[in-house]
Write a protein that binds this ligand. Structure first.
Ligand code: NAP
Length: 258
């Protein structure tokens, strides 16, 4: 068995730890977007594959027997490529995706929207001091907000200019409630814009918004790919590998000293 893990998420790093603990031969793949990425344990390759054909070639030439797409729930291109390339290479594939935030008790108090343009329209009607925490790639959708105080949080410095009234904060999760409360209070935020990324890494902003009565606009997840089984935790991935390739259910015990 040799597993290619498409990563860039906390779940992919947790999967790498679990695979290493079971002695599975695996390689994690990162897109290379972040200058100093959080690295998974084990072997890592960085950079795009060159589309579907490039990924299919990597699967064949690298001798991979399994593909696990553990990219972010909004990394839709990579997921679509994973489905197509796995089919071309004849390699079984699985999606690891953390549950979204729709199950939270406060989820029905938020404004759910289907896309970023709808998020902009909704946020304009709900507040005048937005906090954009939807990621660097989403910012062009809000570029018209030159007449308002906007707080943006991104991992990497932005390439281009931003409007003079925007404040850009560089930070990366995990975030805690106290600091999120300080941030929202400090910038007098009245509306939070986020994608339904899910998980605990970045959810403290939602707790802070609830505590302060800040409106929340959530971009719903893109539809799950039809041809790819999705599992929402690492244990499920291990069970799938056990069922399809025969890894043990328990972590490998360390060798006794000789
Ligand atoms: P995307 O739009 O779905 O993918 C665009 C292209 O980037 C892919 O076609 C592929 O290039 C390359 N790519 C993406 N993920 C890759 C990976 N793990 N390994 C190698 N190449 C990869 O992806 P994205 O939304 O920009 O996300 C890029 C990375 O950031 C992913 O690893 C994702 O897990 C992580 N991330 C994304 C978000 C988000 O909100 N989208 C949030 C947090 C982390 P080729 O076609 O050349 O193979």
């Amino acid at each position: 068995m040799r597993v290619l893990v498409l990563g860039g998420t906390a779940e992919a790093r947790a999967l790498a730890v679990a695979l290493q603990g079971r002695g599975v031969d695996f390689v994690s793949s990162l897109a290379g977007r972040v200058t100093r990425p959080r690295m998974p344990v084990g072997q890592v390759r960085i950079g795009g594959f060159g589309g579907v054909d490039g990924l299919a070639d990597t699967l064949r030439e690298g001798g991979f027997t399994h593909l696990i797409d553990a990219t972010h729930p909004f990394a839709t291109t990579m997921t679509a490529h994973a489905v197509a390339a796995a089919s071309l290479a004849g390699v079984p594939a699985l999606r690891l995706a953390r549950p979204g935030w729709a199950g939270r008790t406060d989820a029905d108090t938020w404004t759910w929207v289907p896309d970023l343009d709808a998020a902009r329209v909704a946020a304009e009607s709900l507040g005048s001091r937005p906090f954009l925490s939807s990621g660097r790639q989403t910012l062009p959708h809000f570029a018209g907000w030159i007449d308002r105080d906007v707080l943006v949080r991104v991992v990497e410095p932005l390439d281009g200019e931003v409007p003079p009234r925007w404040t850009v904060v560089l930070d990366r999760g995990p975030y805690c409630l106290d600091r999120e409360l300080d941030l929202l209070r400090g910038h007098r935020i009245d509306v939070l814009v986020t994608k339904d990324s899910g998980g605990a890494y970045t959810s403290a902003k939602l707790d802070a918004a609830a505590e302060l009565g800040v409106a929340v606009v959530v971009v719903a997840r893109p539809p799950a790919p039809r041809d790819l089984v999705t599992i929402d935790d690492v244990a499920g991935c291990l069970s799938w590998l056990a069922a399809t390739g025969g890894i043990g259910d328990e972590p490998r015990r360390p060798e006794p000293p000789r």
